[in-house]
Design a protein around this ligand. Sequence first.
Ligand code: GLN
Ligand code: ZN
Length: 768
Amino acid sequence: MTTFPAATILGYPRIGRNRELKKALEAHWAGRTSAEELLKAEAELRQANLARLVELGLRAQDASLPENSSLYDQVLDVTSLLGAVPARFEGRRGLELHFALARGDQGSAPEEMTKWFDTNYHYLVPEIGPNTPISYADDRYVERFLEAKNWGYLTRPVIVGPVTYLALAKADEQAPEGYDPLERLPEVQAVYATLLSRLEEAGATWVQFDEPALVSDNLSRTRLELAEFAKSAYTELAGTSNRPRILVTTPYGNGLSALPALASCGVEAIHLALGLGALPEPGTLDLGGVDLVVGAIDARSIWRADLAQTAALLEKAKLLGARSLCVATTNSLQHVPHDTALETWDDPELDANLHAWLAFADQKVGEVVTLAKGINEGFDAIAPQIEESTRILRERATAPGVVRPEIRERVGALGESERARAPYGERAAAQDARLALPALPTTTIGSFPQTTDIRKARAAHAKGTLSDADYRARIEREIAEVVALQEKLGLDVLVHGEAERNDMVQYFAELLDGFAATRNGWVQSYGSRCTRPSILWGDVARPKAMTVDWAAFAQSLTDKPVKGMLTGPVTIIAWSFPRNDLGLAEVADQIGLALRDEVEDLEAAGIAIIQVDEPALRELLPLDAEDHADYLRWSVDSFRVATAGVRPNTQIHTHLCYSEFGQIIDAIAALDADVTSIEAARSRMEVLPELAEAGFDHGIGPGVWDIHSPRIPSVEEIRSLIDAALGAIPAKRLWINPDCGLKTRGYEETLASLSHLVEATKEAREAL
Ligand code: GLN
Ligand code: ZN
């Protein structure tokens, strides 16, 4: 029997070296191209990607090439495969249906979007109930396979597995209380069986089913329960007559707990992504019947691999006695940019260093190919590459800026006292006296609408076509307008509007030492949306104040307090590419110290309220429950380093972009912020009793306007949310604000909604 190919990757970036997919999608949505033109552009991209992978050393004819392309999202593709379309989309077909599910249309809201495991990628959440139609409804996987075959490539279709698909689904509106979408597994499995037969007929030799749910403790089922579902599903699928061979992957974490189930259900290959320490001892597992595909190259990081260490991992994996041993990435390369060759950095030293140290998708394909050669011919055959990697790592460790003793010492000297403020009661009294705010103070989360004109000014300034002085004048004009607007609306605590920020992380990364921005390092966030995370390569320091001028300027225009606005350490880490040569706890403290200096400068400039946003606090929660406590400790600690240096009468706010706290509720309380704003409008304040129960007794601002929707909430609607909040939170601690920042909203809706918010608050105050 043919074994799994020796070298592969679990998936390749889908957006295109030059963001071809983004451009094609957006041109189509704007009505500039037809459906045929869109599909043609997408096919050209697929063909180019396959050609590129072969050029990089993967083989064209033995299923080494993953076919993981997707027009919008890999989970949506399975929804299409199953025809599992919520009733509100009835009457739509084909591409129109596909994009309605993804983006909504005149009649219907889209499917909800949420983050894919602990990554920054968003998938479309399937809505599954007892009556959701499920049948083989879409032949696109087969069509893509055949198209590639026609171009001369034997690809390996990559599909989100049935257990993960259903574990990520939510019960639809018709489902009874407590309904679990996994109840539909037998029917979903039957569709996958049909797909297998169709692919076999088309000539496919291998398919890949991704089952990241099997590594996560953060879903509604435990990983052991999910492994049981996987065992039954794959035993059934393996029993399909006439099918391609099956690879099941466990990306993003430790798949060991599912391994016994997967190894005994009849699939031919299993992927595991484990570090050297986590590999089981030889003889403890029976893998004689399967090919073991080792995720040896880290596809989450952007760093060149330590080939010596990876070779040791593979040597050890060899002893596990699998039928054959193959090399792959830990997960799809969709979370890293295409190619370091597309980058240049202005500083020649940094440019040379980063080119040596980094490995984006294309470089990682090269590493996989090299390692496979090591497995096949012995690691001596790749000795020069191993030596090169060791040398570069050594050089990286001692390069200027990577380790700065003064920063290491400052972090090392941090103690409890740097992380603790005066007791809350004392602070609250001092802040009340200083701020003299009315009951139910109104505020916003920070950003105001980002107009095209402001974006243009920022771009022109970055390019050098707008002088520093003119740029400053332009931003100050914007700040003045935003401040005037808030005064006119009658808000109590104002913001400067964040017009100078392209992005809440990149803005700080550009001003801090230790970060490098990229020009083309785009990664898909969802659909056509991409982000360009900065590279955190060295010790972090703040050469000069980053936000004080803007905040002080805004404060000079008004007697009302203006909030200083910063992004917290965890969010800065989560939305960058962090270094892999220093623990994240220490990286977070370095950022925390840089922010601490900024917070103190803001305080010295007369800013009485400082907000440190941590929207990514929950996103970075490790998938493995064993790692939760450690993560929550250091993430909270770093926030406290950033914020605990101020006087009791300076008020610290934080903002979290969600309302489901569950596993992190104690951590939120432990942040010890004086005021925490959260999302709550859509869930109608459901979270508040939960927070009260957990003993959260500081200020809280549950959002009363769902800013993710263009709808303008009425005064009555906001009033009813305020009343609901007052049912769970004493008026003394309640703040009134929107769910999140307003940068994606327009001015018209912002004005109307905020004036309703102020009006509703007035009514609520009178009723107190
Ligand atoms: N201060 C930021 C803003 O208003 C917060 C955004 C966020 O947390 N995502 O834009
Ligand atoms: Zn938010």
